[in-house]
Ligand binder design. Structure first.
Ligand SMILES: [Fe+2]
Length: 128
C-alpha cells in the first residue's frame, strides 16, 4: 500500500493547520507500518484521537475567522468522523479493512486538504 508523502504544496498557509496536517500524514503512515494487531490498535487510536483534535482546532479557527462556509465544512468533518467511527467499530468487531482506511485517508488527506482546507487559508489571507 502506498505511503502518504507530505509535500510543501499541500500547505494551506496557516501554520497550525499545516503542522497538524503534516503530523496526520505521519500518523497515517504509522498505521500502515504497524506490524501486528497490538501495534495497529495503538496507531489507530492515536490517529483517530488526533483527527478529532485537529477538526476541533480547525473549527475553532474557522469561527475565529468568521469563515463563511463554516457549516458546510463542519458537515464534511462530521462525515469523515462518522466513516472513521465505522472503521474503528470494524476493528473492534474483527472486521477491520485496512483498504477502507487507506481509501478514506487518501480521499480525505488529499481531497479535503487540497480543496476545502485550502479555502480556509485563502479566506484567512484575504482578511489580513
Ligand atoms: Fe477541514
Amino acid at each position: 500500500m502506498s505511503k502518504f508523502t507530505w509535500r510543501d504544496d499541500y500547505r494551506v498557509g496557516n501554520d497550525l493547520v499545516d503542522g497538524q496536517h503534516e503530523h496526520l500524514f505521519k500518523l497515517a503512515n504509522k498505521v500502515f507500518d504497524a506490524q501486528d494487531k497490538h501495534a495497529l490498535k495503538h496507531c489507530l487510536q492515536e490517529l483517530f484521537r488526533y483527527v478529532r483534535k485537529h477538526f476541533k482546532d480547525e473549527e475553532r479557527l474557522m469561527s475565529q475567522l468568521s469563515y463563511p462556509d463554516y457549516d458546510h465544512h463542519l458537515q464534511l468533518h462530521n462525515e469523515i468522523e462518522l466513516k472513521l467511527s465505522k472503521i474503528d467499530a470494524g476493528f473492534k468487531s474483527d472486521q477491520f479493512s485496512i483498504t477502507a482506511l487507506h481509501t478514506l485517508m487518501n480521499d480525505w488527506l488529499l481531497d479535503h486538504i487540497l480543496k476545502d482546507d485550502r479555502s480556509i487559508g485563502e479566506w484567512a489571507r484575504k482578511r489580513r
